[in-house]
Design a protein around this ligand. Structure first.
Ligand SMILES: *Cc1c(COP(=O)(O)O)cnc(C)c1O
Length: 391
């Protein structure tokens, strides 16, 4: 399908079902729309309380939060950071922009998260941090990663962009590492157009985090009356979001459960509809370990090989169903090549990225449309099966 034809069933559609307009109006009429107003504080307080985080700072994006996290770990040229290649660009760019080296490690075949045993083997005397990504809102094996980090005196930064309101062993994703990062981008579960948060679980990092966020100044200490002058004290940037975004977001965060329930219904329905195909081995469904509670961020299937995945993508798009793939692994990207990686260094990552297909998932996806999607996939797989028999 060409990009000019809109899909009958879009891939994603943010759910705006609460007090978004009301709060944005309130921000405009009363509390002002600059940074760190009432809604920015309310969002941070809600996240701290609901997720058990020492301190949350609202930011303009998860990318900004990752940049702050990398600065807080004092990454310098020569330092190494262990992270997956199977992730979004921002996970690695926060490392590279400080001159440090991303060390890509392969993922587990079940959860598609960082393989903790390979992490341990990748540690050198230069390793400074581990940056696990909770893919699809399913937690990494955090207990093991924290143990490895403690043994080697490393920071752990959780990229929980996809993990807002998901748990690992009863703890919220983003609340476990020294630092964690959230995204409220339009494509995530809770949205405000563009937005993010930095979760600070190590209290000693909080003061500097506030300074980095506010252009390298001690403005927040000044506002609290802790210093009598407001001045430039460190290298920072502009990482304070607008009140308009936070007013919108606060309405979304008031619907943590409601949005998760709605997404969960869609997610469970896919599991039911596609189970027969999984049983024949035509495809594989997502894996959520016993000790993880997913936030139903995304639904994917794994096809037997690249050709079948691509043919199914084309088939669905031709039927007006906007399915997509995920990701071009970072180690095989032009920047990854510049960092010295070979295209086939990470076999599981390569295997998964060639075979994975994401299906539409949003709160208002109807049961009828899901039925239709499942029928098209079933039709495709049966035809594929007949082709295989004939060959
Ligand atoms: C979406 C995403 C990001 C970036 O989030 P922004 O808020 O758009 O900057 C980073 N990491 C992962 C894993 C993501 O999925």
């Amino acid at each position: 399908m060409s990009s000019s034809t809109p899909a009958r069933i879009p891939f994603n559609r943010p759910y705006v079902g609460g007090r978004e307009m009301h709060y944005v109006g309130q921000a405009i009429l009363s509390s002002g729309i600059g940074g760190d107003g009432r809604f920015t504080k309310d969002c941070a307080a809600l996240l701290e309380e609901r997720f058990g985080i020492h301190k949350v700072l609202m930011t303009p994006s998860c990318t900004a939060s990752l940049e702050m996290a990398a600065m807080l770990c004092d990454l310098k040229p020569g330092d190494e950071v262990i992270l997956p290649s199977y992730t979004f660009v921002s996970t690695a760019s926060c490392v590279v922009r400080l001159g440090a080296t991303p060390v890509f490690v392969d993922i587990r075949e079940d959860t598609l998260n960082l393989d903790e045993e390979l992490v341990e083997r990748a540690i050198t005397s230069r390793t400074k941090a581990i940056l696990p990504v909770h893919y699809a809102g399913v937690g990494c094996h955090m207990d093991r990663l924290m143990e490895i980090a403690a043994e080697h005196n490393l920071y752990v930064i959780e990229d929980a962009a996809q993990g807002v309101y998901a748990d690992y062993r009863g703890k919220s994703l983003g609340s476990i590492g020294h630092l964690g990062t959230y995204s409220f981008h339009d494509t995530k579960n809770y949205v405000c157009g563009e937005g993010g948060a930095l979760c600070i679980n190590s209290p000693e990092l909080a003061e500097r985090a506030e300074i980095l966020r506010d252009k390298g100044t001690n403005r927040s200490r000044f506002l609290r009356g802790l210093v009598d002058k407001y001045t430039w004290v460190d290298v920072g940037s502009s990482y304070v979001p607008s009140e308009i975004a936070c007013a919108f977001l606060y309405a979304q965060l008031e619907m943590l459960e409601e949005i998760d329930e709605r997404r969960g219904q869609v997610y469970d329905r896919y599991n039911e509809l596609l189970k027969p195909l999984a049983e024949t081995g035509a495809l594989r469904l997502p894996c959520v370990p016993e000790d993880c509670r997913t936030n139903h961020h995304l639904y994917y299937v794994l096809m037997p090989d690249a050709a079948t995945r691509n043919a199914l993508l084309d088939h669905l798009r031709a039927r007006g169903i906007a399915a997509v793939f995920h990701y071009i692994p970072l180690h095989s990207s032009p920047m990854g090549q510049q960092c010295g990686y070979n295209r086939h260094d990470l076999p599981v990552t390569d295997f998964v990225s060639e075979r994975l297909l994401r299906l539409p998932l949003y709160c208002e996806l109807s049961a009828e449309n899901q039925q239709l999607i499942a029928e098209e996939i079933t039709f495709f797989c049966e035809r594929q099966g007949r082709k295989r028999l004939a060959a």
